[in-house]
Design a protein around this ligand. Structure first.
Ligand code: UD1
Ligand code: MG
Length: 454
């Protein structure tokens, strides 16, 4: 029988013309990470001995996105069959199985890939196994032509298909598991005598049949093999992925009050008993520990929220924000590259950037850390249990000592000692009766003006 070695070729050299984009198609992000990385993640648990990503010339960005996997350049995009040929230098003499996965099919699951490899290694010893699917709208997918016994005879591309073939509901999902020993014998026989002048990988089926080899189909869910060729399909794939991620979060003990309005990244980590309110966005790199409450309308990326904290509504946490245990971040508060200590509170209308805020400190409404001087960023350090009065500007670099008070409305430019009060504003002046006199004077001025007009 076959060896149990496995290689995986990921085709990603296509120009993705239908995306109408300067960015290579497989780098368009889904749930915060490039499409091709989703494919790599689905493949990884199969522990392939070798992964080769086929890219086009000038696609260094794709090579960087798939590193440390190897890439090979397909000089000209002559079709999916030609792309597989480009991987030949890495597969010379390889006698295991070869899984061909399209870089634009990001929703495929490990289970499906596993089933395909298992079918390839089955008793019938097929030369290749194709992933079939029955989408609601078969659109322009290739169609699978079966023989009376249910075996696969050929794949006809939509562009080549006649009316009868187009009416076939079983479509080509674009993935193939092939016997590595027979693979190049098949792709070397491909011709480009078709309407697009391309070497279609799909034609390997008819060639295998001519050579007397069996070909098999594994059926997968249409949703899984959605091919992303346009922005509309990108949005469809995103919707599927978001549903999966929300489901995973809820299965893990998270309450999403209005799931369809919560946007998650693939790497979002939400602990048990986390509650997330409506219309909340989790960009890449967010970790939320157990028991955190995130009220609605928050925008969070690159942040860590420790257990028991309360965030939002309408909070913005930017990269480097770390919200301590039981800390509170309220509405219209923006936090960037700053650590809010355990139990500290910044409840209203505040910007904390490049700052360290001690445990149980209270940051009054409208406090701003002035971290940028127009050229460089500077740090603000606020001690434990410090109290920053409302509408204070803390001009960094600056330190406020433990338990110090900053009076409301102060512009603080120098260090404040522990336990001190810093007040930086004009002395309050009071003029008894002034307002009454003022009103009287103005009222009579107005009366004499309107008389003069008559
Ligand atoms: C392909 C299949 C079609 C199937 C569909 C599923 C062929 C000929 N057709 O059509 O039967 O229903 O996928 O989504 O295979 N690529 C290269 N080099 C090339 C051409 C393409 O690397 O020269 C890569 C692309 O980057 C892409 C993948 O191969 O990731 C598929 O190419 P694409 O042009 O999207 O094929 P479809 O028209 O979608
Ligand atoms: Mg495609």
């Amino acid at each position: 029988m076959t060896s149990s070695k496995l290689a995986c070729i990921i085709l990603a050299a296509g120009k993705g013309t239908r995306m109408k984009s300067d960015l290579p198609k497989v780098l368009h992000p889904l749930a915060g990470r490039p499409m091709v990385r989703h494919v790599l993640e689905a493949v990884a648990p199969l522990k392939p001995d070798l992964v080769i990503v086929v890219v086009g010339p000038g696609m260094e960005a794709v090579a960087a996105a798939v590193a440390p996997h190897r890439t090979v350049i397909q000089e000209r995009q002559l079709g999916t069959g030609d792309a597989v040929r480009a991987a030949r230098p890495f597969l010379e003499g390889f006698d295991g199985d070869v899984l061909v996965v399209y870089g634009d099919t990001p929703l495929v699951t490990t289970e499906t890939l596993d089933a395909m490899v298992a079918a390839r290694r089955g008793h019938a010893d097929p030369a290749l196994v194709v992933l079939g699917m029955r989408p609601d709208d078969p659109g322009q997918y290739g169609r699978l032509v079966l023989n009376g016994a249910g075996g696969l005879e050929r794949i006809v591309e939509f562009s080549e298909a006649d009316e009868t073939e187009r009416s076939i509901s079983l479509c080509n999902g674009g993935l193939m598991a092939l016997d590595g020993r027979r693979l190049f014998g098949l792709v070397d026989r491909l011709s480009n005598d078709n309407s697009k002048g391309e070497f279609y990988l799909t034609d390997t089926v008819a060639i295998a049949r001519e050579l007397g080899y069996a070909c098999a189909v594994v059926e997968g869910h249409a949703e899984e093999v959605l091919g992303v060729n346009s922005r509309a399909e990108l949005a469809e794939a995103e919707a599927v992925l978001q549903r999966r991620l929300r489901r995973r979060a809820m299965d893990g003990g998270v309450t999403l009050i209005d799931p369809s309005t919560v946007w998650l990244s693939s790497d979002t980590r939400l602990g048990r008993d986390v509650t997330v309110g409506p219309s909340t966005y989790f960009g890449p790199g967010v970790t939320v520990e157990d028991g955190v409450e995130i009220k609605g309308f928050c925008h969070i990326e690159g942040a860590v929220i420790r257990s028991g904290a309360i965030v939002g509504p309408f909070a913005r946490l930017r990269p480097g924000a770390e919200i301590g245990r039981e800390a509170h971040v309220g509405n219209f508060v923006e936090i960037k590259n700053a650590h809010l200590g355990e139990g500290a509170k910044a409840n209203h209308l505040t910007y904390l950037g490049d700052a360290e805020i001690g445990a149980r400190a209270n940051i009054g409404a409208g406090t701003i850390t002035c971290n940028y001087d127009g050229f460089l960023k500077h740090r603000t350090v606020i001690g434990e249990e410090a109290f920053i009065g409302s509408n204070s500007a803390l001009v960094a670099p600056v330190r406020i000592g433990d338990r110090a008070n900053v009076a409301a409305g102060s512009v603080i430019t120098r260090e404040v000692a522990a336990d001190a009060l810093a007040i930086e504003r004009a002395e309050q002046v009071e003029k008894p009766g002034w307002a009454r006199n003022y009103r009287a004077r103005k009222a009579s001025e107005k009366a004499s003006k309107s008389k003069a007009k008559e």
